[in-house]
Design a protein around this ligand. Structure first.
Ligand code: GAL
Length: 379
């Protein structure tokens, strides 16, 4: 009798506990536990696909406002399916015993991205670097290199882009003497310059010492040429720079786009039709704003703006996120995932991730909110 009682109780219980859905999926905006059950700590991140594995690199944040500065370094996770991520530790460590080092603990190290150089066999990391105790004034790019995607990455150098080079689309006024009225300043918000950037000459001001570089991304084209894209000229204008063959520095060839549009959080991808798409944000610090998109038939432009690709509730705030990378899904044609951050500057370690599929409809981008989805979306 006791035996039957057990079955009578347990069968309905088991039926009740049956999971509603088989297999893993993405839950944008929710905590995303790694293989240790800890929320993934890779903010402002990007993905490298190498040898059948995805590697997710991002800013390791800590609790409290000190976490907005680099206290630890760049965290790396690995995955075979994009849903389940293994904690692989710190790929690039900040320097703890030399406060004058470019990547001294307490510097600002944001939006790290890693690409693989087929010719040298090296993994190359670039990131936005602000030197310790200088706020956002330094506006530099940092470079580190490793023989393994898991690191350790060794710091190579930090630099301002393209010192002594004009962009391919410089205007005549850029090469005229710089007006005294163009003062050095950082405003860090929408429209921080007193006038349209093309009535000033930030580019000329920075010609000798190198251009400013803040929010950034990397893109490797089908021919193996790599590009660094970043918010420049006091955030007002996007620059796209071709890297050197070893990906460790700039080639000197670059162009400027979207002057005075204050594009931040830039990311580029390319479809099988050979069209380049850009997704970025407005410039409002940690607060979310409306995303922007653009397309071009050549990375050197002309780039045509296509507006905010987000559709639906909170589209005007990019679903409370800011772009960090566009991930091409391996083995699926024209399958791209929008990756964004929900910043929580009061407790940065708590920031969640928003991954959503991108639809390409009539050569424009569309992103719709989903509470939950998986890669069968692309089938
Ligand atoms: C955002 C930027 C972040 C970070 C932040 C600091 O606009 O996208 O990467 O720099 O500003 O306020």
């Amino acid at each position: 009798m006791r035996k039957y009682f057990f079955y009578l109780i347990s069968i309905p219980l088991l039926m009740h506990c049956k999971p509603e859905k088989n297999g893993p999926g993405f839950k944008p905006g929710e905590a995303w536990p790694d293989d240790q059950g800890v929320h993934i700590n890779a903010h402002g991140g990007g993905i490298l696909y190498h040898d059948n594995t995805y590697f997710w690199y991002g800013e390791h944040k800590i609790e409290g406002s000190a976490g907005n500065k680099a206290q630890v370094g760049v965290h790396v996770y690995s995955s075979g399916n994009l849903y389940e991520w293994k904690d692989e530790g710190i790929a690039l460590e900040v320097v703890k015993d030399d406060p004058n080092h470019d990547i001294a603990q307490g510097c600002i190290l944001e939006r790290p991205k890693v690409i693989y150089n087929e010719k040298t066999g090296k993994f190359v990391m670039w990131f936005h670097l602000e030197l310790k105790d200088m706020g956002y004034d330094a506006a530099r790019s940092g470079v580190a290199v490793s023989d393994s995607p898991l690191g350790p990455f060794n710091f190579v150098h930090s630099l301002r882009p393209n010192a002594g080079h004009w962009p391919v689309n410089a205007k005549d006024f850029h090469k005229s003497p710089v007006a005294d009225t163009v003062k050095e300043k950082y405003c860090g918000g929408l429209g921080c310059l007193p006038a349209h950037v093309d009535t000033m000459n930030i580019l000329g001001r920075d010609y000798e010492k190198g251009q400013m570089a803040r929010d950034m991304n990397l893109f490797v084209d089908d021919d193996g040429i790599a590009y660094h894209l970043y918010s420049s000229e006091e955030n007002s204008t996007l620059h796209i720079s071709q890297l050197s063959e070893d990906y460790l520095t700039y080639s000197g060839k670059y162009a400027r786009f979207f002057p005075n549009r204050y594009m931040e959080a830039p990311a580029i991808f390319k479809t099988s039709k050979g069209i380049y798409y850009f997704i970025g944000s407005d410039c409002t610090g940690w607060a979310p704003n409306a995303a922007r998109s653009a397309s071009a038939n050549s990375i050197w432009g002309p780039w045509t703006e296509l507006g905010n690709p987000c559709i639906g509730e909170n589209a005007h705030l990019t679903f409370l996120s800011q772009s960090t990378y566009i991930l091409p899904v391996k083995g699926k044609k024209d399958a791209f995932i929008y990756m964004g951050d929900r910043w929580t500057p009061k407790n940065p370690i708590d920031g969640k991730y928003v991954w959503l599929p991108i639809d390409i409809v009539n050569d424009r981008l569309e992103i719709r909110w989903k509470d939950e989805w998986d890669l069968t979306y692309f089938e």
